[in-house]
Ligand binder design. Structure first.
Ligand code: URA
Length: 200
């Protein structure tokens, strides 16, 4: 990515960031998108959830996690006493990959610059990676979701954990993943309590 463009993004405020995302043509996903899905929620939240990229419904509405996976995410948040207004939700890529394929490396590389600026503006204490794609971009390139979910990592003072993507839970016939995700969400609830108490 051109360095002068990255340094421009790194000093953007929210309005500038939204404008830059909405007019972005840094990767081919701009050709097929209906809307750019920048993110939603509480911009001063202590906790940020990161998914993979918009699907059909998100592309139409311009908001993250509004389809079936989003409804499940809402239920999981509710189970730990959180609503969308308490958290911020974003994705690794802000434009829908056609047919919901995995985003390509160059698409992720182009887009993550915006997400990093969102991290900087929000300054969350906790980041939750929803699924492998988010975990591989944020935690480590070789991240194995089945082996490494539920483990806390720390980068630059931010506690980071990965759990299953809600879409994987919707496909989970044995309910094993659902049980594991519930364990992860309980850890997330406890960590959020801990960071909130430490700041009081
Ligand atoms: N899946 C994602 O990863 N993100 C969304 O916004 C919707 C579905």
């Amino acid at each position: 990515m051109p360095l002068n463009w990255i340094s421009k993004v790194r000093v953007m405020n929210w309005d500038e960031l939204y404008a830059a995302c909405n007019s972005c043509r840094r990767c081919p996903l701009c050709e097929t998108r209906t809307n750019v899905v920048v993110g939603t929620g509480n911009r001063s939240s202590k906790i940020l959830f990161v998914g993979e990229g918009p699907g059909y419904n998100e592309d139409i509405q311009g908001l993250p996690f509004v389809g079936a996976a989003g409804q499940l995410l809402d239920k999981m948040l509710a189970a730990i006493d959180l609503t969308r207004e308490d958290v911020y939700i974003a994705n690794i890529v802000k434009c829908r990959p056609p047919g919901n394929r995995d985003p390509l490396p160059m698409e992720k590389e182009a887009c993550i610059v915006y997400l990093r600026q969102q991290f900087k503006l929000i300054r969350p204490r906790i980041i939750v990676c929803l699924g492998r794609i988010a975990a591989q971009s944020i935690i480590s390139a070789d991240f194995r979701i089945t082996k490494q979910r539920g483990i806390w990592y720390n980068k630059k003072g931010i506690d980071i954990i990965a759990t299953y993507h809600p879409s994987a839970l919707l496909r989970d016939e044995t309910k094993q993943k659902k049980r594991e995700a519930w364990e992860d969400f309980k850890q997330i609830r406890d960590k959020l309590k801990e960071v909130t108490n430490n700041e009081q």
